[in-house]
Ligand binder design. Structure first.
Ligand SMILES: Nc1ncnc2c1ncn2[C@@H]1O[C@H](COP(=O)(O)OP(=O)(O)OP(=O)(O)O)[C@@H](O)[C@H]1O
Length: 268
């Protein structure tokens, strides 16, 4: 803990972001989004199914060019995938190379020009330790459980020291116990690596449990319905944090907002 407050600076700045898919019947998935993610913040994004969360993340990551608005990382416009950004997807089985070992999957993203072989080994050991997979470097992804494979994907993302991690429903395909463990893992590595995280999820409880702020999206064409600061005490705990009256109120408020949005659109 520091004794002096340092003003937070915005790492990611989204201004007027919108995306319309072209084709015979153009479809506007993302309407108009304005938000910032401060350095070191954990921001969750929730919204009704199909509201454009993945489209938004693709635009923010530079994988897709938005049809409207701008994305800037540390003030520089994002026009392709920036070096300082890492993505973790839901489908870990397709994001790891099955023919490479765990260490091989991680070393693949490390630059051989700037890191010596010894430094790469140290980096791999460090991130495997951070995700609780000491000693698993020689295994192949198919020898690991789903939760372990997602840990490898997280380790790989951390290995090249991105400034921001974008996560798209990363824990949607694992069982409840593993999900809770991976949530706590994210809170630990966020502290350990000083990571800034933008986290898309369908799970309202998860969004509140992890975040400093939750952004609630409307249905497509999505806009931001609410930006909710989550002032729950840290460190958080899977049992005692979720028992807090404040937690229960926050999750109910967000669930109500999402339901209202869905009903508004149906009535329209
Ligand atoms: N390539 C595409 N061309 C046309 N429409 C698309 C394309 N990709 C997505 N869409 C549409 O855009 C909308 C938003 O999709 P997107 O996957 O971004 O939403 P989402 O919120 O991530 O969905 P989910 O809640 O299912 O994870 C959906 O109606 C989808 O059908």
């Amino acid at each position: 803990m520091t004794t002096t407050e340092t003003p937070s600076t915005d790492l990611l700045t989204i201004e007027g972001l919108g995306h319309t898919y072209g084709g015979a019947t153009p479809f506007t998935a993302v309407g108009h989004l304005d938000f910032t993610v401060p350095q070191g913040a954990f921001v969750s994004i929730v919204g009704p199914s199909g509201c454009g969360k993945t489209t938004m993340l693709r635009c923010i990551s530079g994988l897709m060019r938005p049809t409207q608005g701008t994305v800037a990382l540390e003030g520089a416009p994002v026009t392709g995938v920036p070096r300082d950004l890492a993505l973790v997807f839901q489908d870990y089985s397709r994001s790891l190379f099955p023919w490479r070992t765990v260490s091989g999957n991680i070393s693949f993203v490390l630059d051989k020009n700037t890191l010596s072989s010894e430094e790469r080994k140290e980096r791999i050991a460090e991130v495997l330790n951070a995700v609780g997979l000491d000693g698993a470097g020689g295994k192949y992804p198919w020898q690991l459980s789903g939760g372990m494979q997602q840990r490898v994907a997280i380790a790989r993302a951390l290995a090249y020291r991105p400034k921001i991690l974008l996560m798209d429903e990363p824990f949607a395909s694992v069982d409840a116990q593993t999900r809770a463990e991976l949530e706590d893992l994210m809170l630990r590595v966020r502290d350990q690596f000083g990571m800034t995280i933008l986290f898309v999820t369908h799970d309202i409880d998860e969004s509140v449990y992890l975040a400093d702020q939750v952004l609630v999206l409307s249905k497509s064409p999505s806009t931001i319905v609410a930006k909710i600061d989550i002032d729950l005490p840290r460190p958080r705990d899977q049992v005692s944090t979720r028992e807090l009256e404040q937690f229960v109120h926050l999750r109910s408020d967000i669930a109500r907002m999402i339901r209202e949005q869905s009903q508004l659109k149906k009535a329209a």
